[in-house]
Design a protein around this ligand. Structure first.
Ligand code: ADP
Ligand code: MG
Length: 261
């Protein structure tokens, strides 16, 4: 299983939208795909119609179990936590309870590697080709956990002013994590909510200068259909005549080409 983390310290740049639509595109390309919601806001869980019901296992329960149980989570817990949605994507959901993770992790032994410990259970390699992790908009211990467990980072960026400044902090965090997780790489930078104006073009140029070929040649424009899709709780990728759906399919193909040749 290849684990990709969607991270950007800024909120509202399209992390959740990109995570889910790329996941659906990968499913349509024949892959088994797991999404993990690591944001206590639970937007990904809501978008993919996997909101946990009362008493259901969320990523927070798995984190607690992995902290307290020597061998990580039990297979029973993992089976109970993973659900498949109507578009064929598997999900480990989150809810507001995940806001306690910072505190729980702060006191845990080897606290940066709890998510890694969860994902190293053979269950994951047996069941999935890809794991896509949606992160909250910060660089806290939960995001560091995601980076520790990851093979690659996908950075959705909104081509607006101050975009680069946030990315430099993320780059620092990635460099720190790489001292331990030495194979971690930036897999792609995804330009999102791109508008046709001079500011946007100039920021796009700056990002291409810094990240070169890491910037996907498919860029995602700013279109209202993205919002509509979250209201309908259905991907853009499977929506009829969706421009963004088409572009997310193209972005997924670019990624697959990079990762699988
Ligand atoms: N390409 C797009 N064009 C217009 N709106 C978008 C686009 N992508 C996402 N959005 C909207 O922007 C908001 C933030 O997107 P989201 O994916 O939740 O970002 P993040 O996870 O980084 O906070 C959501 O309301 C979403 O529907
Ligand atoms: Mg989000």
């Amino acid at each position: 299983m290849k684990t990709l983390v969607f991270a950007n310290e800024k909120g509202g740049v399209g992390k959740t939208t990109a995570t889910y639509n790329l996941a659906v595109a990968l499913v349509n390309a024949g892959k088994q795909v797991l999404c993990i919601d690591l944001d206590p806001q639970g937007n990904l869980s809501t978008y993919m119609n996997c909101e946990p019901e009362e008493g259901e296992i969320t990523i927070m329960e798995l984190i607690s179990e992995a902290i307290s149980r020597k061998g990580g989570c039990s297979e029973d817990s993992l089976n109970a936590a993973v659900k498949q949605n109507s578009e064929g994507v598997y999900c480990i959901p989150s809810d507001i309870s995940l806001s306690q993770a910072d505190m729980a992790l702060a006191m845990a032994f080897s606290r940066e590697k709890i998510v890694k410990r969860i994902l190293s259970h053979p269950f994951f390699d047996e069941c999935f080709d890809y794991c896509l992790i949606d992160c909250p908009p910060n660089l806290g211990i939960v995001v560091i956990n995601a980076l520790m467990a990851a093979d690659g980072v996908i950075i959705p960026v909104q081509t607006k002013n101050f975009a680069l400044k946030g990315l430099l902090m993320l780059e620092d965090a990635i460099e720190q994590v790489q001292q331990d997780n030495t194979t971690l790489t930036i897999e792609a930078v995804l330009l999102n909510m791109v508008r046709r104006n001079r500011n946007s073009a100039s920021i796009e140029a700056t990002l291409k200068q810094r990240y070169g070929d890491l910037v996907l040649s498919t860029t995602i424009p700013d279109l209202i259909e993205a919002d509509t899709s979250t209201i309908l709780k259905r991907s853009l990728v499977n929506a009829d005549r969706s421009r963004l759906g088409q572009l997310y399919r193209e972005a997924a193909n670019e990624l697959l080409h990079r990762m699988e040749g």
